[in-house]
Design a protein around this ligand. Structure first.
Ligand code: GLN
Length: 489
């Protein structure tokens, strides 16, 4: 029985640890063995914290032994994305720029997980500074998709998704600026939720695009996503953008009852851009809702076609400002051969940022420069407003919007990496949610003929994560099939 702890849900592990049926240390050891068994194929981890994991687990076991109630994630093995600040290990953002950076503090979400008695197994791979959709932009290594090792895990939280899907952690934290939780969750067959902008503190999340970034969980079940949100959500004095709203018990939303729920299908999400194999699975998922008493309505999000252009103007503009601190003085790599100040900036940044990060800094600087600001940045802000208005109108007709998470299933390494525009297009269905500051989630809805996961995306009004979770949980319990496990080992 102890052999398959690595496939148990976080809730099962938590219950067993709290009740003393298993020790947190035994669960941790099971995961460490699992990582040993598959990591050379998957390559999800950038840092393994075996000693930290064992000592965190031992502390939880001591609590249980003393008769104290262990926390809501007692003994649950977790992997953290490389851009979350941790006092343990390094915080590299998968960049040469920060290859030696040690954070003096823990991100609020990290601290909250620790206070909930979770166990940290280490940190996981990502696209450099969270810029990308395949994890191919990591300066450390590529991570492979456990469903097919020749394919990408998605990105930018590709390490998080691959580790969850391969049974190398029970849950993981990722971040989502334009889809980086939902898209890799979709491509690796796990559950991923991007909470409403402001729902989760970003203190200690290395900023990419500050008006879009959110932290969220990747899990194997919807219930585990709810459980994790209960721990990480809520106001934080260290992040002025965190919302001062009560945090509901998200697990209480998992009622299994969706009668009367109105689900909107945006016609712009079901065009030729969507591959047939994805469309078939998404439509079958919608039928499950219809069969159980949900009302399906057609809605329209007419400004969707501008979302990619708007996003790649706004996120690059914000990135160019946020990444200015990585100049070899305040933070980051300093080129040893630079002789003048000018050389120091140019040589350090040229040597330590990868091509995609450099491209975005240059694009962002351009759209913010005087003479181009109105034509690009200001116009993008105006269209962002219109995208938000589309959602406001659609949510007058429905409670949840449903569609695909990604236009295609996972693809082979190299298939899109030479063509940035094509890579950007893989974000078509996810970025509007960030631009409109809504909660969005991806839930597995089947496998293609080639055995690659497909994800259904659900979106809701701001701060209505409960509606999302209720719908996703209902679907997961009633979809009528099991996703099975990835073929890796
Ligand atoms: N793929 C998108 C990008 O490259 C989204 C990234 C993210 O959400 N961090 O910007």
């Amino acid at each position: 029985m102890t052999l398959d702890w690595h496939w148990k849900s976080a809730r099962e592990i938590r219950d067993a640890v709290q009740s003393g049926a298993v020790s947190a240390l035994d669960v941790t050891e099971a995961y460490l063995r699992r990582i040993d068994a598959v990591e050379d194929k998957v390559d999800a981890y950038t840092q393994r914290w075996n000693d930290t994991a064992r000592s965190m687990a031992t502390k939880v076991d001591e609590k249980v032994r003393r008769g104290e109630t262990a926390g809501p994630l007692a003994g649950v093995p977790v992997a953290l994305k490389e851009l979350l600040c941790t006092r343990t290990g390094k915080t590299t953002c998968a960049s040469k720029m920060l290859e030696n950076f040690r954070s003096p503090y823990d991100a609020t979400v990290v601290r909250r997980l620790e206070e909930a008695d979770a166990v940290f197994l280490g940190k996981v791979n990502m696209d450099e500074f969270a810029m990308g959709s395949s994890t191919e932009n990591s300066a450390i290594k590529p991570t492979r998709n456990p469903w097919n090792l020749r394919c990408v895990p998605g990105g930018s939280s590709g390490g998080s998704a691959a580790a969850v899907s391969a049974g190398e952690c029970a849950l993981s934290l990722g971040s989502d600026t334009g889809g980086s939780i939902r898209q890799p969750a979709c491509l690796c067959g796990c559950v991923g939720i991007k909470p409403t902008y402001g729902r989760v503190s970003r203190y200690g999340l290395v900023a990419f695009a500050s008006s879009l970034d959110q932290v969220g969980p990747l899990t194997r079940t919807v219930e585990d996503a709810a459980l994790t949100l209960n721990v990480i959500c809520g106001r934080d004095a260290m992040d002025a953008t965190s919302a001062d709203l009560p945090v509901p018990d998200f697990t209480a939303a998992l009622t299994g009852d969706i009668r009367g729920l109105r689900i909107g299908l945006p016609k712009e999400y079901f065009t030729d851009a969507l591959s047939d194999q994805m469309r078939e699975k998404i439509e079958a998922a919608i039928e499950v809702f219809r069969d159980h008493g949900a009302t399906i309505v057609d809605v329209s999000l007419p400004c969707s076609e501008y979302a990619i252009a708007v996003y790649y103007i706004i996120c690059t503009a914000e990135a160019s400002a946020n990444l200015a601190r990585f100049d070899g003085v305040r933070y980051g790599f300093r080129h040893p051969e630079a002789k003048t100040m000018q050389e120091m900036y140019v040589m350090s940044k040229s040597a330590a940022f990868g091509p995609e990060v450099r491209r975005r800094i240059m694009l962002g600087t351009y759209v913010l420069s005087s003479g181009y600001y109105d034509a690009y940045y200001l116009k993008a802000q105006k269209v962002r407003r219109l995208i938000k208005k589309d959602f406001d109108a659609a949510f007058e007709q429905c409670d949840v919007i449903a569609g695909p998470t990604s236009p295609t299933p996972s693809f082979e390494f190299g298939a899109k990496s030479d063509n940035p525009l094509e890579m950007y297009l893989s974000d078509i269905y996810t970025i509007s949610v960030n631009l409109a500051t809504l909660p969005g989630m991806s839930v597995p809805c089947g496998l293609t003929e080639a055995g690659l996961p497909v994800g259904l995306q659900l979106m809701a009004r701001p701060f209505e994560e409960e509606t999302l979770l209720r719908a996703a949980h209902f679907y997961e319990q009633n979809r009528g099939f099991d996703m099975g496990r990835p073929p890796v080992a």
